[in-house]
Design a protein around this ligand. Structure first.
Ligand code: FES
Length: 321
């Protein structure tokens, strides 16, 4: 982490729903925390060295605490398991200052907020912000069951509850979300925000794009990409534009790892194509994008990629390094 590192400790840890814990973080010396806006996240340096991103889900006007909600991922690569098993009340953590890659559009006349599972964390913050501003919005929250729905009571008790609809996988067919109908009419001035697991996001964004929503009115934040070796991954080379040096990327190594082996450090954070920290310009060659950070248009431009997880479709990529 860099100069904007904050030292915090866990003031309260609570079970919020099945598989979900919330952590209330306060500045270690009792100082106020930097302000944030709805949709912001922080990087959390976990015991064990991993860094993970968690959205802030408390009222953005609060400066005495940050609240995050963490789902224990069954296929955790160590991040959520460490938060659930190792981090306790009193644990001190290093975090980044809040960053916002998922801000509300201030010119929206209406906002459609869609959350899948733990994706509710930034979406809830947005709903509360919009409600406070008296803005027009609708919230749809999809989870497997009420028991697994974090912040269910907070939403039911909120003044904006009439604007919120719940969709449970284990509920009857009538309450299931009907994306083609919900997204069928991309009215001018309406913005769509979506956060949740990749399958949910792909379904929402795919339906929206097929219904003619312009990209500028689609706002999304993925929690994790499905990174890792894929069948057919092959060896390729990357060339550093500054020195002309060429580095071979073996099929079981990432570009970041291969460069590190060659003594070239690329700054990373999530290492799973989510945060954009490692974003690197590509001067020549075609990347094989595996991230969820860049938009489809940005990926199609092929002039930048995330070397923590993305690979190459051509035998050589020339990198602006
Ligand atoms: S380190 Fe986060 S996208 Fe590469």
């Amino acid at each position: 982490m860099n100069v904007s590192t904050l030292n915090v400790q866990v003031a309260r840890k609570a079970v919020e729903a099945e598989g979900v814990c919330t952590f209330e973080l306060v500045e270690t010396a009792g100082q106020p925390l930097p302000a944030f806006s709805a949709g912001s996240h922080i990087d959390v340096r976990l015991p064990g060295g991993l860094t993970r991103q968690y959205s802030l889900c408390n009222d953005p006007t609060e400066t005495h605490r940050y609240l995050i909600g963490v789902l224990r991922e069954p296929a955790s690569r160590g991040g959520s398991a460490a938060m659930h098993d190792v981090v306790q009340e009193g644990t001190r953590l290093e975090i980044s200052a809040p960053k916002n890659h998922f801000p509300l559009a201030h010119d929206a006349r209406r906002s459609l907020l869609l959350a899948g599972g733990i994706g509710i964390t930034p979406i809830l913050c947005m709903a509360e912000r919009l409600a406070m501003a008296g803005a027009d919005f609708e919230l749809h929250y999809c989870t497997r069951s009420p028991a697994r729905a974090a912040f269910l009571q907070r939403i039911r008790d909120a003044a904006f509850a009439p604007r919120a609809a719940f969709h449970f996988d284990d509920g009857d067919a009538a309450q299931k979300i009907d994306l083609p109908t919900l997204l069928s009419n991309p009215v001018e001035g309406t913005h769509l925000y979506v956060c949740g697991p990749k399958g949910f996001m792909d379904a929402v964004l795919g339906t929206a794009r097929a219904s003619g929503w312009p990209e500028a009115r689609l706002h999304f934040e993925f929690f994790s990409a499905e990174v890792g070796p894929m069948a057919g991954d092959d060896t390729f080379e990357v060339k550093l534009a500054s020195s002309g040096r060429t580095v071979r990327v073996a099929k079981d190594r990432s570009v970041v790892q291969a460069l590190a082996d060659a003594g070239v450090v690329v700054q990373t954070s999530c290492e799973q194509g989510v945060c954009g920290t490692c974003l690197t310009r590509v001067n020549d060659g075609v990347p094989d994008h595996r991230d969820v950070y860049l938009t489809p248009e940005e990926q199609a431009a092929n002039d930048q990629f995330t070397p923590c997880c993305s690979r190459a479709k051509t035998p050589l990529l020339v990198l602006d390094l």
